[in-house]
Design a protein around this ligand. Structure first.
Ligand code: ATP
Ligand code: MG
Length: 422
């Protein structure tokens, strides 16, 4: 009987040991950034009531219409794997009273789930880093959120490969007035629109602006424009934001067609895009969503946030060779143990050295084997030094200098290592 090996679910990736240093590097850069801006981490479950996403993201969005992993649990409740973080973040913050009359600057990082066609930069389990700031109206917090994303690109060495596109959707009232105008205009061309856009006409008319169909785009050329529906106050605030960006030297492009796929945005929306990843061009996207907290049962709370696709950033770091070489070096000291009598002795020696030198990374070869084969493994580990325990001797060999091993006693050994790894 042949046993078929079980494979991972399509579009859900394993991160293998040779890939995790890259992940750790990106995660560490993100953590450092969040420390520097004094944002606080929030963690929430991967599973929520389906209703949470339906209410927040919107029924007529791609995510809710066709991408969510939804199922009934054993109690018959409809649950969904989180397709994004904002709704869960608000649910958690609201549930624990973090939003009532308070300012919060929060961030999260973790897996999200969407049933999409897997391809480069698009997966069914993917990781997002997201920022959500609550309780602050106005352009200052908008600028901070944009500046911190720009700082991340700079820290990662990716700034020249990413461009910022930005738009102002105005107030929720402006957005709906524009939606109505667009709706009446497009109704006249209903039969000429692509299929998706026909469906969106009543459900989510602004999304039609995103349509990739050339016919639809042609029809849109003469459509009412969003700028004509924006309040003076909203426009003034937006211009303040743009002037801060100019002063900070952050380049941007205004794009009046940028509406974002999710229903909950108003005011400023933005995307960081790249030409390096083909069709998966958007690396980070977000904007203001002042109405959402209330929609989910909370008070009136101005809010702004973004989500960044971590796999897409990693692909850029790898393709553009921006990953620092030293992240792959995992071992400083490799301990080779020759002969049965040295196994326990070597393990305990490693413990001693760790106590004296807690920062160095020590790999003890526990699998036995001959001197030469262990030395080969030591070279492969890219350790700087090898300790060889053989008979009664401890020999220290420095690999990068390629000097032959010197024999040391226990006391000298620690001093010598302190010297090398200081
Ligand atoms: P796209 O247009 O590429 O489908 P989106 O508008 O659905 O993106 P958002 O919901 O705004 O994406 O999510 C923010 C970011 O998360 C995206 O810009 C992207 O970098 C990343 N992302 C979204 N979906 C996926 C996915 N299926 N696989 C990998 N990354 C993703
Ligand atoms: Mg999508």
């Amino acid at each position: 009987m042949s046993k078929v090996k079980i494979q991972a679910i399509r579009g859900m990736n394993d991160v293998l040991p040779n890939q995790s240093p890259s992940w750790q590097y990106l995660e560490q850069q993100i953590r450092q950034l969040m420390v520097a801006y004094a944002y606080q981490e929030i963690r929430f479950p991967v599973l929520e009531q389906t209703q949470l996403f339906k209410r927040s993201i919107g029924d007529a969005t791609d995510i809710v219409e066709k991408e969510m992993y939804t199922f009934e649990d054993r109690n018959g409740d409809s649950l969904s794997l989180r397709p994004e973080g904002t709704a869960s973040c608000i649910r958690a913050a609201e549930q624990h009273g973090l939003l009532y009359n308070q300012i919060q600057k929060l961030w999260y990082m973790g897996p999200m789930y969407r049933h999409e066609r897997p391809q480069k930069g698009r997966y069914r389990q993917f990781y997002q880093f997201g920022v959500e700031a609550f309780g602050m109206a106005g352009s200052t917090i908008e600028a901070e959120v944009l500046l911190l994303s720009a700082a991340l690109w700079q820290n990662l060495g990716l700034d020249q490969y990413l461009s910022l596109e930005i738009n102002n959707l105005g107030t929720s009232a402006n957005r709906s007035a524009y939606g109505e105008a667009l709706h009446s205009y497009l109704l006249g061309f209903k039969d000429d629109l692509d299929e998706d856009s026909q469906r969106r006409l009543d459900a989510n008319v602004l999304r039609i602006l995103d349509s990739k169909s050339p016919d639809t785009q042609h029809i849109l050329e003469k459509a009412p424009v969003l700028e004509d529906f924006i309040d003076k106050d909203s426009q003034e605030e937006f211009e303040k934001l743009l002037s801060i960006l100019n002063e900070a030297g952050v380049k941007f492009k205004l794009n009046s067609r940028l509406v974002r796929g999710l229903d909950y945005y108003n005011g400023m929306v933005f995307e960081w895009t790249t030409e390096e990843l083909g069709a998966q061009a958007t690396v980070c996207a977000g904007g203001r969503y002042d109405g959402l907290v209330k929609k989910l049962g909370g008070g009136d709370t101005p809010a702004i946030g973004f989500a960044l696709g971590m796999e897409r950033v990693l692909l850029m770091l790898e393709d553009l060779q921006r990953m620092p070489a030293e992240i792959n070096q995992e071992v400083d000291l490799f301990i080779a143990l020759i002969g049965n009598e040295n196994q326990a002795k070597g393990l305990l020696l490693a413990e001693n050295i760790r106590q004296e030198l807690p920062a160095i990374r020590i790999f003890t070869h526990c699998g036995g084997g001959k001197y030469n084969s262990q030395l080969k493994k030591a070279y492969a580990s890219e350790a700087r030094c090898v300790l060889v325990l053989e008979a009664e001797e401890i020999k220290l060999k420095i690999l990068d200098a390629d000097v032959s091993a010197e024999v040391l006693d226990n006391a000298d050994l620690v001093n010598k290592l302190k010297d090398i790894f200081k």
